[in-house]
Design a protein around this ligand. Structure first.
Ligand code: SF4
Length: 513
């Protein structure tokens, strides 16, 4: 590794937490300036965020710095060495490539960023000299986008979402088989009452830390969500994500029903499908069945609004599927003995009927061949999960902790010279202005999120780039420390990345080149 940028090697933190006592402050207190709350902390006590404390008269960051292990390294000697004085030999023993990635978790904050980031670390990957700027950002402008895989009706679009009685978000759009919620955000953190801000912040921190959060949707359901866990809607854990809308389900399975049925109705709150009228049924030369389904006909075999939304069949409020059948018309093909399957889009609900001489559908035992296709609908449903994505704007003062020319960082990220990660997890950087990142919290290490009582969310963020690019964007070169010196200074612990997370330094050596 080249030393031309003179990383520090004295084993000391580059950025000591700033603590300057105001004149009237008691002598045994320390003042934390890591966020605008400016806590004055008595000896042996914690600051308002529980992240800093007064330890023997010294302001101390209480969480340990989290180092993410490179896949395949032997963790045993690292765990054994973490608490003792140690010269960083494990880094050297691992060869020239960094065996660990310094994440922002536990790194400390520098908000507003009138000083360089707490860790600016030199390391190497595949022979390339890299610099990673590491910090915990304090974000007022941040939110969570939650995708809930369910057909159940959660509430009307734009409805207010509450947590412990306070407004914390709203219902967003429905995508294919999933309801989206927009939770948190600056409007709830700072634009309402103090209590609303506090509750919203607590809810956001819990969501980010993969904990369960109970939400109440105005005019809709109570739902419990947690990252990568099934949603619980009105006390019932969701199992299956639907295979498609009613029309899509008809299209997928029409061939398999052919010859075994005279009519299939796939009940769906959005688009209910009727096989004999649908293009898929026409393709199979199915005879008309004379069925008249409630709702608004969109195109042949596709009906909207057959019932109200709810927690019944296919996300409707019905529990008796025949409730959506208006009539049977003999002049249009209805006939005694006609075989009818009614099924939901997950296959969880199904019923088999045969028309009697008066054209009244009578329940009957479902033939095995038809049952097999119903089971196949279920087999094709993916498990229902909640996906929790964190969105944060890092395009403000946080950039000053990276460079003296902030727009250079923004431009370098847009031109893929800089790899942005959150706790080592890959992020999506939104196009357009600013640095708006989005990350799947399930890919982030446990307990990555904290908060301060401003209120705002604290979350890790790292910017990794080649050494020469860091110099070119006006980086704080005099603050760069070698990885082995960071390790030798102690106060860290090594964690494993979540499964499937790419090694963050790998993506920094080739991306965009
Ligand atoms: S809330 Fe936490 S970070 Fe902010 S000043 Fe108090 S101790 Fe420091």
């Amino acid at each position: 590794m080249s030393d031309s940028f003179a990383p520090r090697s004295d084993g000391q933190p580059v950025v000591l937490e700033h603590s300057r006592a105001p004149e009237n402050m008691a002598a045994d207190k320390v003042r934390c300036e890591a966020c605008p709350v400016l806590c004055q902390i008595s000896r042996g006590k914690l600051g308002a965020c529980d992240r800093y404390g007064n330890v023997d008269g010294v302001l101390t960051r209480l969480d340990t710095l989290h180092l993410v292990a490179r896949p395949g390294i032997d963790l045993v000697p690292w765990q054994a060495a973490r608490d003792g004085a140690w010269d960083g030999s494990l880094v050297a023993a691992s060869g020239r490539d960094a065996p660990v990635f310094v994440s922002g978790i536990g790194s400390g904050t520098t908000y507003p960023d009138y000083k360089p980031a707490p860790f600016i670390v030199a390391s190497q990957h595949t022979g390339v000299d890299l610099v990673t700027v590491v910090t915990e950002g304090i974000f007022s402008y941040c939110s969570f986008k939650v995708k809930i895989d369910t057909d159940r009706y959660l509430g009307p679009e734009q409805a207010t979402v509450r947590h412990r009685g306070e407004a914390v978000g709203h219902v967003s759009t429905i995508e294919y088989g999933s309801q989206f919620l927009a939770l948190g955000g600056v409007h709830h953190l700072t634009g309402g009452s103090k209590k609303e801000g506090r509750i919203a912040c607590e809810m956001m921190m819990a969501l980010g830390n993969k904990q369960s959060v109970e939400l109440e949707i105005e005019g809709g359901a109570r739902v419990v969500v947690a990252a990568d866990k099934p949603p619980i809607v009105d006390g019932v854990e969701e199992q299956r994500m639907r295979v498609g809308c009613g029309s899509a389900t008809i299209g997928i399975f029409a061939q398999q029903w052919a010859g075994h049925v005279d009519e299939v109705v796939v009940v769906d709150d959005h688009i209910t499908g009727v096989l004999s009228e649908h293009q898929a049924g026409k393709f199979l030369d199915m005879a008309p069945s004379g069925i008249r389904v409630r709702g608004r006909k969109s195109t042949p075999g596709r009906y909207f609004q057959v019932a109200n939304p709810g927690s019944g069949w296919g996300g409707t409020d019905i529990t008796d599927p025949l409730a959506i059948v208006e009539s049977w018309e003999s002049e249009h093909g209805a006939r005694p003995g006609l075989r009818l399957l009614m099924v939901s889009t997950t296959g969880e609900d199904s019923a088999w009927f045969v028309l009697d001489d008066d054209l009244v559908p009578r329940p009957a035992e479902m033939p095995r061949a038809v049952r097999r296709v119903v089971e196949r609908i279920g087999e094709n449903c993916e498990p229902s999960l909640c996906s929790v994505l964190y969105v944060a704007g890092a395009g403000g003062s946080l950039r000053a902790g990276v460079t003296e020319n902030p727009v250079a960082l923004t431009r370098s990220i847009k031109s893929l010279l800089v790899n942005v990660t959150c706790g080592g997890a890959p992020v999506y950087v939104w196009p357009g202005g600013g640095i708006t990142v989005m990350v799947d919290v399930a890919k982030m290490p446990a307990n990555s999120f904290g908060s301060v009582p401003t209120p705002a969310i604290v979350s890790p963020i790292e910017f990794t780039m080649q050494r020469d690019d860091y110099r070119a964007l006006g980086g704080h070169m005099d603050r760069v420390r070698r990885l082995d010196d960071v390790v030798a200074a102690g106060g860290w612990r090594v964690i494993e990345a979540e499964p499937g997370v790419p090694w963050p330094l790998r993506t920094s050596t080739g991306g965009g080149r």
